[in-house]
Design a protein around this ligand. Structure first.
Ligand code: SAM
Ligand code: SF4
Length: 314
């Protein structure tokens, strides 16, 4: 179904939990409270919403969170979603910590590929930015994703000035021999621990690595580059310096059943408890209400999302 700005809405991001086994400083607020089990959508409710979305033309689903793999039965949920008629692709965004033990099961359940978040390749810095995570676990998750064929494996790296700008060239070098798609993402002002001083425009990557050459391929929201002869690719995602609202094709579903037409708007439509025609109507409303673009985003104009990233699903 098209929205009022002629954008075909084909993609739903489904957050299956707000909880996480990490505490990335730009993402999670202090002291996340655990929701009671009844407060989050059951698998059956999620599948019903996905089926209604599919009836309106949505065919791509991304499972996210919080950390999706901490939700018990996540693999089964993926299987249920992948078998909804009309759903052609199920992907996942994960921190990779638990992936080592379930990558093959995810592939078997119908997951096509994964995006894994990794902001540094230094053990101490990883522990610091994630609030105690072990780099080896994330790297093992990336290995497991390759091994299971959850490809192309994409790695999400949030650009954080004063934290990982010194690692950009090394990160890019990684793509020379590894067929990974590295995606540098501009830090969004979502209320996390970093302010304007940490914001780096995605263009910084091209300044640090001038050898990168553009790739004329569809990269979704990412502008794609590669090192000459490199096996992998480098994507730049610039929600601040070059927003991509004009081609936005997505809706988001929070773990407690709110549809968000736009990541950076407080507008939410509660779909919990709606079924049949009423559920379809709520989805039509969410698509119809997608704003043309989000407001300016910078240190003086933080996101109007009204929620931290872990409570939306990045
Ligand atoms: N836990 C999973 C993970 O980390 O991949 C999935 C959820 S996480 C909220 C999804 C993505 O949002 C991650 O790649 C994370 O780096 C990104 N993210 C979180 N807060 C962000 C922010 N303030 N600016 C830019 N990206 C952010
Ligand atoms: Fe957890 Fe992902 Fe947020 Fe990090 S970015 S705290 S892994 S939800």
């Amino acid at each position: 179904m098209k929205d009022q700005f002629d954008r075909e809405i084909t993609y739903l991001r489904v957050s299956v939990t707000d909880l996480c086994n990490l505490r990335c400083r730009y993402c999670m607020p202090e002291g996340v409270c655990r929701k009671r089990h009844e407060e989050i959508l059951s698998f059956e409710e999620i599948v019903e919403i996905v089926a209604a979305a599919a009836a309106l033309g949505i065919y791509k689903i991304r499972i996210t969170g919080g950390e999706p793999l901490v939700r018990r039965g996540c693999v089964e949920l993926c299987r249920m979603i992948a078998s909804v008629p009309g759903i052609r692709e199920v992907d996942m965004t994960t921190n990779g910590i638990l992936l080592k033990d379930c990558a093959h099961a995810l592939k078997d359940a119908g997951v096509s590929r994964v995006n894994i978040s990794l902001d540094t390749r230094d053990e101490d810095k990883y522990r610091d930015i994630t609030g105690g995570g072990r780099l080896q676990d994330a790297l093992a998750g990336i290995e497991a994703a390759f091994d299971a064929g959850l490809t192309p494996v994409k790695v999400n790296t949030v650009l954080i000035g004063g934290f990982n700008d010194g690692e950009i060239a090394d990160f890019v070098e990684w793509t020379r021999e590894t067929p990974v798609e590295l995606r540098f993402i501009e830090l969004m002002p979502m209320g996390g621990a970093f302010g304007q001083e940490a914001y780096l425009p995605a263009e910084t990557v091209l300044e640090k690595v001038p050898a990168l050459e553009p790739v004329q391929e569809e990269g979704g929201v990412a502008r794609l580059y590669r090192l000459p002869g490199g096996k992998g690719r480098v994507g730049l995602i610039s929600p601040l310096s070059r927003h991509f609202c004009g081609t936005c094709n997505r809706l988001r579903l929070t773990s407690e059943g709110k549809l968000k037409p736009c990541l950076h708007s407080a507008q939410e439509i509660d779909v919990r408890g709606r079924h049949g025609a009423e559920l379809l109507e709520a989805l039509r409303q969410a698509i119809g209400n997608k704003p043309r673009m989000h407001d300016t985003l910078d240190a003086d104009h933080p996101s109007q999302a009204g929620r931290a990233m872990n409570r939306i699903g990045g």
